[in-house]
Ligand binder design. Sequence first.
Ligand SMILES: Cc1cc2nc3c(=O)[nH]c(=O)nc-3n(C[C@H](O)[C@H](O)[C@H](O)COP(=O)(O)OP(=O)(O)OC[C@H]3O[C@@H](n4cnc5c(N)ncnc54)[C@H](O)[C@@H]3O)c2cc1C
Ligand code: FES
Length: 271
Amino acid sequence: MPLQTDGMVISNKRIKSVYYLLGIDCSSIADQIKPGQFVMLKVSDDRSPLLRRPFSVYKSYPANHPEKRKRGWLFILYKRVGKGTQAMTTLKSGEKVNLIGPLGNGFTLPPLPSSKNIVVIGGGVGIVSLYPLAEALKGRKLFVFIGGKAQDDILGLEDFKTFNSNIYVATEDGSLGVQGTVVDLFLSQRKRFRRDEECYLYACGPVAMLKALAGIIKPKNFICQASLEARMGCGFGACWGCVVKTNHPKTPYQRVCKEGPVFTLKDILWE
Ligand SMILES: Cc1cc2nc3c(=O)[nH]c(=O)nc-3n(C[C@H](O)[C@H](O)[C@H](O)COP(=O)(O)OP(=O)(O)OC[C@H]3O[C@@H](n4cnc5c(N)ncnc54)[C@H](O)[C@@H]3O)c2cc1C
Ligand code: FES
């Protein structure tokens, strides 16, 4: 059940270039949030920006987490792109912030047996929503593809290394890993996954990346869930400002915030 609640900033640090990690003590959301769900954050007390901003939760520590000190904490890894995220960079430890969450549907975990191929593909800040998914799949073999424009846009690499995962990195300028897009890199490695075996694929990133991915995967072998990004007004289904076109005959327009942000990739009709 989503709730509107206050949290307290515990840390807000620049991790590199335009990327920051915001820690918030907010046990009611940390306790409930599932991989792929998001929160709407009131980024400043001022009237501007008026609208809340949507963010995935990178890490969360529920009440039963073994690290007692961190219980109730959640972390947002964000990119400074405009007015709202600029305002976020000025948040200080001890400040109060208001959040609504958990919102959206989140990822459906792959079925057992654990031998199934599981592929995670993240572009830029898209990797944020995939980290809690990987954590939920701890112990299972993962193939993780991380992409970005340049080295500074590769996020979460060290965190993903703690899992049982094969990691592949692509940057468009070649400054880290293979030069090219993360979808090209996935395509070049596709022979690793046997044609006759189902492969569970989880993706999040810019529209161009998801569109390219939809163009190369055969839904017969690849069962792909993708988390979409959209500009959001309310974040909880009221304004219809975030719709995407789908091939569902009865509900061709679906709300990224409510029916999503996670969709079956083959259901999305790209404009
Ligand atoms: C479900 C969901 C989860 C998200 N999770 C994260 C996250 O974990 N980390 C993170 O850094 N960002 C995330 N985003 C994107 C984030 O919400 C936007 O970057 C933020 O709202 C921008 O606010 P702003 O005021 O700084 O930018 P604005 O001033 O509103 O816009 C600045 C520029 O960013 C573009 N932009 C703004 N919002 C979006 C968007 N939603 N999608 C694509 N382009 C956009 C605008 O077109 C404009 O060019 C997520 C978005 C959604 C929908
Ligand atoms: S943002 Fe209002 S319906 Fe999705």
